[in-house]
Design a protein around this ligand. Structure first.
Ligand code: AP5
Length: 235
């Protein structure tokens, strides 16, 4: 995939249900435009692994497949977005996922993002990945992730060359704790109830675009790159 660092792509939000391919596509966008992927799920899992104060608070909530309360997210997202590598743009994977989080993000970007921006100029491009329920179940129950580099596989759809080992670095592949069927159902329910309103929040502004997430990886990426290049703000 050719890298394109000639443009500032601004903020990108990937929206979609668990298993839609947000993480997979975020990595491909990050590679193409050399901007960071910011996954709130990954940030929270790191806190859980390190048993920080936040990690202890959210561990059981995440294990049940419920959303973490909004106000526990704002500091970690703000701290990450203030890092210098976000200046040319960034990809938010898994944030915002409630309407209040979307409002918080708009206010944050308007107040703090890109020093010379005009108000409203640098609103995110919101890319929603559309995938049906049965395909989501297949993707989540088959997902494996490299324990070292985070590369994502699927035993049904994108298996590694050698069973349970990463193609990139040979490390062991792991199954995420919340990819058990009963937890998956709760996560999909939380998406319907709490994250669908985020699409409503962005609907009506030219910022929300929907792409067909059921295509093969490259086909999904092509649609996303086209949208990014059509909507990039030049911020
Ligand atoms: P998070 O880590 O964000 O998980 P999620 O939203 O449930 O999304 P996933 O990571 O499961 O799926 P994905 O869309 O990234 O799919 P992937 O690319 O891996 O959140 C986890 C938890 O953290 C939440 O439940 C909540 O508790 C908490 N949390 C996080 N953010 C929060 C927030 N903002 N507010 C409150 N709580 C928050 O792909 C899935 C599988 O499909 C893979 O196996 C992949 O290989 C395969 N695949 C992908 N694309 C394709 C394709 N085109 N064709 C075939 N297979 C494909």
């Amino acid at each position: 995939m050719a890298e394109d660092t000639s443009r500032s792509i601004g903020p990108i939000v990937l929206l979609g249900p668990p298993g839609a391919g947000k993480g997979t596509q975020a990595k491909r966008i990050a590679e193409r435009y050399a901007v960071p992927q910011i996954s709130t799920g990954d940030l929270l899992r790191e806190h859980v692994r390190n048993a920080t104060g936040l990690g202890v608070l959210v561990k059981d909530i995440m294990a049940r497949g419920e959303l973490v309360p909004d106000d526990l997210l704002y500091d970690i997202v703000a701290d990450r977005l203030r890092e210098p590598d976000c200046k040319r743009g960034f990809i938010l994977d898994g944030f915002p996922r409630t309407a209040p989080q979307a409002g918080w993000l708009d206010a944050f970007l308007e107040n703090e993002f890109f020093d010379n921006s005009e108000p409203g100029k640098c609103g995110p491009i919101v890319i929603r990945l559309d995938v049906d329920y049965n395909e989501l179940l297949l993707r989540l129950t088959g997902r494996r992730t490299c324990s070292l580099c985070g590369h994502i596989y699927n035993v049904h759809l994108q298996p590694p060359r050698v069973d349970e080992l990463c193609d990139v670095d040979g490390s062991k592949l792991i199954i995420r704790d919340d990819d058990r069927e009963e937890v998956i159902r709760e996560r999909l329910f939380a998406y319907e109830r709490q994250t669908q309103p985020v699409a409503k929040y962005y609907e009506g502004s030219a910022r929300l675009v929907t792409v067909d997430g059921t295509l093969p990886l490259e086909g999904v990426s092509e649609q996303i790159f086209r949208e990014i290049e059509a909507h990039s703000t030049g911020c």
